[in-house]
Design a protein around this ligand. Structure first.
Ligand code: MG
Ligand code: ZN
Length: 222
């Protein structure tokens, strides 16, 4: 009997395209981040605030992954940065091929920072390398305390975790101690920023971190 392992074949092809994207991002001296979360955690709002904070200091581009709509891309476009929309037509994650094509359209000017907003989903996006410099997971405190241990892979592979909707913490049962403890078990080196896309709390710290990361990458490649 011949057994074909479909998934590992697909992932193998993805690895090659991710490597291609990564060398393109390096050649263009652009920092590329893969932003992942469950639906409704506030990725797009955080992007809006981040663009407001950094938009006059560096050139930002956004690749917006969504199942069907372009509502998020329209919101980002209003902030005056270049946006390319990927509609996955029901596919629940982005892959490196989709991102490579979108980046070709996006990067007509020199960019410093590209956000790739993945499809809202805590499961399979974690399995697809897009060629990003690092991964950022957004978790909002209204999602409860069970996410880190239920979806360990996505948290394990994140360099940064943004804990969003921090302004609502007094209205929920979310325990920050428990969250940090769970994250410590899964990914002790993850950097955590507590933010609120709604009030802007913590956005400056996160934005300054991004600015340093962009400068570091650009000076390492200079
Ligand atoms: Mg969104
Ligand atoms: Zn998927």
């Amino acid at each position: 009997m011949v057994q074909v392992n479909m998934q590992s074949h697909i992932l193998g092809a993805n690895e090659l395209l991710a490597r291609k994207n990564r060398s393109l991002f390096g050649g263009n001296k652009v920092l590329a981040l893969n932003l992942m979360s469950s639906p409704g955690s506030g990725k797009t709002t955080i992007l809006e605030r981040t663009i407001e904070t950094l938009g006059d200091k560096i050139k930002i581009g956004v690749i917006e992954g969504d199942l069907y709509t372009d509502q998020d891309a329209q919101r980002i476009e209003k902030k005056g940065v270049r946006v390319v929309q990927i509609n996955t037509e029901g596919t629940c994650h982005l892959d490196a091929g989709m991102v490579g094509k979108a980046y070709d359209t996006l990067a007509t000017d020199q960019l410093d920072l590209v956000f790739i907003e993945n499809v809202g989903n805590l499961v399979c996006p974690a399995e697809f390398d897009l060629g990003e410099d690092f991964r950022v997971v957004v978790i909002s405190i209204t999602e409860g305390n069970d996410k880190v241990l239920k979806y360990p892979l996505i948290f394990r592979e994140a360099r940064v975790v943004l804990v969003n909707k921090i302004d609502l913490i007094d209205y929920t049962d979310f325990s920050m101690d428990r969250f940090l403890n769970d994250l410590q078990q899964v990914n002790p080196s993850a950097q955590v920023f507590k933010v609120s896309g709604r009030t802007g709390e913590g956005i400056n710290n996160w934005s300054q971190f991004l600015l340093r990361e962009v400068r570091d990458k650009q000076s390492n490649l200079a």
